[in-house]
Design a protein around this ligand. Structure first.
Ligand code: HEM
Length: 168
C-alpha cells in the first residue's frame, strides 16, 4: 500500500506541475508574444492552443481529484471527519477545507474561462481583432486566466501546509 500511496503523491504532484506549468507558459510567454504580433493570427492560435490546453487542464483536474482523494484516505481522512467540529477546526482539517475550497473556485473560474469567455474571445478576435467586443472578451479571458494563476499559487501554498503544518 505504501508504494501505491507514494505513486499517488507522485502522480498528484506531476498533474499539478502540468497544469500550473502550462498555465504560466500561456500567461507569461504565449499571450505577451501574441499581443506583439498579428491579432487575427493570434485569435486562431489562441483558439487552437486554448482548446488543446483545455483538455490537458481538465484531465489534470480529474487526476488531482482521484489521487487527492486517495492521498486523503491514506492520511486517515474519512467522510465523517467533514461533520466533526474538532477535525474541521484542527490545523490539518483547515488545510484540507481551504484546499478543497480553493479547488472549487479553480473549477468554477476554469469552466467560465474554458467553455464560455475563452472560446468567445478567440472567435471575436479572429473575426474582428480591433472590435470593442473582441477587446472586452480578451480582457475578461485574461483576467480569468490570471485569477486562476493566483489561485494555483494559493493551492500549492495550502498543499504545503497540509503536509507540513501551518507556520503559526
Ligand atoms: C489544482 C488542484 C491541486 C493542486 C495544484 C495540488 C497540489 C498539491 C501539491 C503540490 C502537493 C504536495 C505538497 C507537499 O508535499 O508539500 C499536494 C499534496 C496533496 N494534495 Fe493536492 N493539489 C490539488 C488538488 C487536490 C485535491 C482536489 C485534493 C483532494 C481531493 C488534494 C489532496 C492532497 C493531499 C491529501 C496531499 C498530501 C499528499 C501526501 O500525503 O503527502 N489535492 N497537492
Amino acid at each position: 500500500m505504501p508504494a501505491l500511496y507514494l505513486l499517488s503523491v507522485w502522480i498528484h504532484i506531476l498533474a499539478a506541475m502540468a497544469w500550473i506549468g502550462g498555465m504560466f507558459f500561456l500567461v507569461l510567454v504565449v499571450v505577451p508574444w501574441l499581443r506583439a504580433g498579428d491579432r487575427a493570427l493570434a485569435g486562431a492560435f489562441l483558439r487552437e492552443t486554448g482548446e488543446r490546453f483545455r483538455s490537458v487542464g481538465w484531465t489534470c483536474f480529474a487526476i488531482l481529484v482521484v489521487t487527492g482523494t486517495f492521498n486523503l484516505y491514506m492520511r486517515g481522512v474519512r467522510l465523517g471527519d467533514f461533520v466533526r467540529p474538532e477535525w474541521l477546526a484542527s490545523p490539518f482539517g483547515r488545510s484540507v477545507l481551504s484546499k478543497l475550497g480553493l479547488f472549487a473556485l479553480v473549477l468554477a473560474v476554469s469552466a467560465v474561462h474554458d467553455f464560455s469567455v475563452g472560446p468567445r474571445a478567440s472567435v471575436a478576435i479572429q473575426r474582428d481583432p480591433g472590435s470593442p467586443e473582441a477587446e472586452r472578451l480578451r480582457r475578461q479571458a485574461s483576467l480569468l486566466g490570471r485569477g486562476n494563476a493566483l489561485l494555483a499559487l494559493a493551492i500549492v501554498a495550502v498543499a504545503v501546509t497540509l503536509v507540513r503544518g501551518w507556520p503559526w
